[in-house]
Ligand binder design. Structure first.
Ligand code: OGA
Ligand code: MN
Length: 208
């Protein structure tokens, strides 16, 4: 693997340890983003997406006033090559973070995500009330030529402060799922991403 990617993962581990979050630009190259955007799911075939819910399993509810995104879970065992490139990088990330921070993260769960124009996700924490296996939230954005005026920022709340991150193509944001509240602001364009969590147990998604 190229040295620069290892350096970026070092920086990510430091960021997680020091502040609970990190951003890596160009985690996916422009070409890698293009390949993912060429997949049927993202090329307007949103029939495959489902309305995202709030809560886990039987407690899951659709709450339009809390979150307005559409999702499509990825089975890593049958994922398209373009997606596998991303999942392989997530595996490198897990390995690196485990070594650097002495963690025992084991797997990930990832879905394709579309926030239609004007939709948002209210301030929240990613861990479920009775399930703390989500340790790190990882989101990689797929939006080319995104401008500040397009909105759609991820707003992260720290103790006394908050800051906003633009959902730029290829950019990865990673943060502690148990610690950092965050929200997705409405956008003037459809906002696409791969949204996932790194778990301390094996994921169910291989059995989709
Ligand atoms: C989520 C979420 C943030 C983003 O799906 O839980 O907070 O920037 N996503 O898409
Ligand atoms: Mn979230």
């Amino acid at each position: 693997m190229e040295i620069s990617f290892t350096n970026e993962l070092d920086r990510l581990a430091d960021g997680l340890a020091d502040q609970g979050y990190a951003i890596i630009d160009n985690f996916l190259s422009a070409g890698e983003v293009d390949s993912i955007l060429q997949l049927d799911e993202f090329k307007g075939d949103w029939g495959r997406f489902q309305k995202a819910g709030v809560g886990k399993s039987s407690e899951r509810q659709i709450k339009e006033n809390i979150r307005g995104d559409y999702i499509h879970w990825i089975n890593p065992d049958s994922a398209a090559p373009a997606i596998r490139v991303y999942l392989a990088k997530l595996n490198s990330l897990i390995k690196h973070v485990n070594q650097s921070l002495f963690l025992s993260l084991k797997d990930f769960e990832v879905h394709m995500t579309v926030y239609p124009i004007g939709s948002y996700y209210h301030r929240h924490l990613d861990q479920f009330k009775r399930d703390d296996h989500r340790k790190l939230s990882v989101i990689c954005y797929l939006n080319k030529d995104w401008q500040e005026a397009d909105g759609g920022q991820l707003k992260i709340y720290t103790n006394a402060d908050s800051f906003s991150i633009l959902p730029l193509a290829g950019r990865l944001v990673c943060f502690r799922s148990d610690l950092l509240e965050h929200e997705v602001l409405p956008a003037t364009r459809n906002r696409l991403s791969l949204t996932g969590w790194i778990l301390d147990q094996h994921s169910d998604l291989r059995h989709l």
